[in-house]
Design a protein around this ligand. Structure first.
Ligand code: NAD
Ligand code: UDP
Length: 386
C-alpha cells in the first residue's frame, strides 16, 4: 500500500469514509476493496451486516482497526450526523432498489430513495463534507428510440439510444405506471444534490450504475431471503437454475441491458474516492457498453454457463414467457435499452470496464453454485418430503 498516488501523481492520504448501505451488494465489494488495497477507514452504516461479516470478524483481521460497523436505520437515528461529521467523505448507497418493489411498495420506494436521503445531503452540505451519492441508470427511463416505429432505420442511430449524462432527457411513463416511482425519486435527489453544489458549494459526485452484477447480489428466495421475494434478474435466474426450473422471461425478454462485473465497477468508484479534484461536480455513468444483451440472450447464456460450472445438463425447456402483470403485478413498466456513454468517465478518470459478459457470468455462477447448490437441494427435498 506504500507509495500510492492519485491520477495526477500526488500521494494519497488516508481518509475516513462514512459508507451508508455498506452491508448491501455494492457496499460489501467496496468495503472489501478499501480494506484489502487502501489505508482508508470505513464507518460502515447499515441495518444488516451479513454480507460484510467476513470483513468484521475475527478481530485479528489485518484491517480490524480500519472498519467499524454501525447498525443504524438512517430513517430515524440521530447518530447519523455525528458519523458524517467524523468522516472526510460520505458515500450513500442506501436504497430500496429492486424493481419488484417499485410498483408494489411505491411509498416505501419514494421515501427510501428521496426522503431518507435528504438528511444525508443536508448534513454533508452544512458540515462542508464531500458526498458520493448513488443514483441509477434508470434515471434516463426509456430511450428516445423507443418511441420510433419498430421498423424505423433511426432505431440503429446511436443518437436515439446512447445515454449521456449531460445531454439525454429523462423519459418516464405515466404516474399510474408506478414502476417509475424509483427513477423519479432518484431524479429529484440528484437535482437536489446538484443544486446544493451550485448554490451552497457542496462537493459532490453522482454515480449512475448500469446493471452491476456479481457475487452477493440480492438473495436466493427461500434460502437467504423470503420465499415469495423477487430479487433482480441475476438472482431470479440463478434461483431458477439452482432449482432446475425454467427461467421466466418477462414480456418475452426483449428488453436490452448492458451488464458490468461488480469488480470492474468498484475500480471506478475507488478512482472517484481518491481523485476528488477530477470527480467533484460530476455525474458518472458506470457501465459496460460492450456487454449488451436482450434478457432472453442473458437467460440463454446463463443456462450455458451454469451447465459448464455445475456439470449438470440443462433442462428440456430452459425458458418460459410470463407477462409482466403476472410476474410483477399492476403498474410495471420497463426500460427498453441502456447503453452508457463513457466519454465523461473516460476523460475525468481514464477508466474503462474490462470483463466480458461470459467471463463475469462464469465467476458469478461459480460463486452461486458453491454458495447455494447444497442448500437449495436440501430445501427442495424437505418440501417434497412434506
Ligand atoms: P442493496 O440493496 O444490496 O444495498 C442497499 C443497502 O442499503 C442494503 O444493505 C440495505 O440494508 C441498506 N439500507 C437501505 N435502507 C436503509 C436505511 N434506511 N438505513 C440503513 N441502511 C439501509 O443494493 P445495491 O445493489 O448495493 O445498490 C446500492 C445503490 O446503488 C442503491 O442506491 C441503488 O439504487 C444503486 N444502484 C445499484 C445498481 C446495481 O446494478 N446494483 C443499479 C442502479 C442503481
Ligand atoms: N426479468 C425477467 N425475468 C426475471 C427477472 C427480471 O425477464 O426473472 C427482466 C425484467 O423485466 C427487466 C430485466 O430482466 O427487463 C432486468 O431486471 P432487473 O430486475 O435486473 O432490473 P432493471 O434492469 O430493470 O433495473
Amino acid at each position: 500500500m506504500a507509495g500510492r498516488v492519485d491520477l495526477d501523481g500526488n500521494p494519497i492520504k488516508p481518509i475516513t469514509i462514512c459508507m451508508i448501505g455498506a452491508g448491501g451488494f455494492i457496499g460489501s465489494h467496496l468495503c472489501e476493496k478499501l480494506m484489502s488495497e487502501t489505508p482508508h477507514k470505513v464507518l460502515a452504516v447499515d441495518v444488516y451486516s451479513d454480507k460484510i461479516k467476513h470483513l468484521l470478524e475475527p478481530a485479528t483481521l489485518p484491517w480490524a482497526d480500519r472498519i467499524q460497523f454501525h447498525r443504524i436505520n438512517i430513517k430515524n437515528d440521530s447518530r447519523l450526523e455525528g458519523l458524517i461529521k467524523m468522516a472526510d467523505l460520505t458515500i450513500n448507497l442506501a436504497a430500496i432498489c429492486t424493481p419488484a418493489d417499485y410498483n408494489t411498495r411505491p411509498l416505501d420506494t419514494i421515501y427510501s430513495n428521496f426522503i431518507d436521503a435528504l438528511p444525508v445531503v443536508k448534513y454533508c452540505s452544512e458540515n462542508g463534507k464531500r458526498l458520493i451519492h448513488f443514483s441509477t441508470c434508470e434515471i434516463y427511463g426509456k430511450t428516445i428510440g423507443a418511441f420510433l416505429p419498430k421498423d424505423s432505420p433511426l432505431r440503429q442511430d446511436p443518437s436515439y439510444y446512447v445515454l449521456k449524462e449531460d445531454a439525454s432527457p429523462c423519459i418516464f411513463g405515466p404516474i399510474e405506471k408506478q414502476r417509475w416511482s424509483y427513477a423519479c425519486a432518484k431524479q429529484l435527489i440528484e437535482r437536489l444534490v446538484y443544486a446544493e453544489g451550485a448554490e451552497n458549494g457542496l462537493e459532490f459526485t453522482i454515480v449512475r450504475p448500469f446493471n452491476w452484477i456479481g457475487p452477493r447480489m440480492d438473495f436466493i428466495p427461500g434460502i437467504d431471503g423470503p420465499s415469495e421475494g423477487v430479487p433482480r434478474v441475476l438472482a431470479c435466474f440463478s434461483n431458477n437454475l439452482l432449482r432446475r426450473e425454467p427461467l421466466k422471461l418477462v414480456d418475452g425478454g426483449e428488453s436490452q441491458r448492458t451488464f458490468i462485473y461488480i469488480k470492474d465497477a468498484i475500480e471506478a468508484v475507488l478512482l472517484m474516492i481518491e481523485n476528488p479534484a477530477r470527480a467533484n461536480g460530476h455525474i458518472f455513468n458506470v457501465g459496460n457498453p460492450n456487454n449488451e444483451v436482450t434478457v432472453r440472450q442473458l437467460a440463454e447464456m446463463m443456462t450455458q454457463v451454469y451447465s459448464k460450472v455445475s456439470g449438470e445438463s440443462s433442462i428440456e425447456t430452459p425458458t418460459i414467457d410470463v407477462s409482466s402483470k403476472e410476474f410483477y403485478g399492476e403498474g410495471y413498466d420497463d426500460s427498453d435499452k441502456r447503453i452508457p456513454d463513457m466519454t465523461i468517465i473516460n476523460r475525468q478518470l481514464g477508466w474503462n470496464p474490462k470483463t466480458s459478459l461470459w467471463d463475469l457470468l462464469e465467476s458469478t455462477l461459480t460463486y452461486q453454485h458453491r454458495t447455494y447448490a447444497e442448500a437449495v437441494k436440501q430445501a427442495m427435498s424437505k418440501t417434497t418430503a412434506n
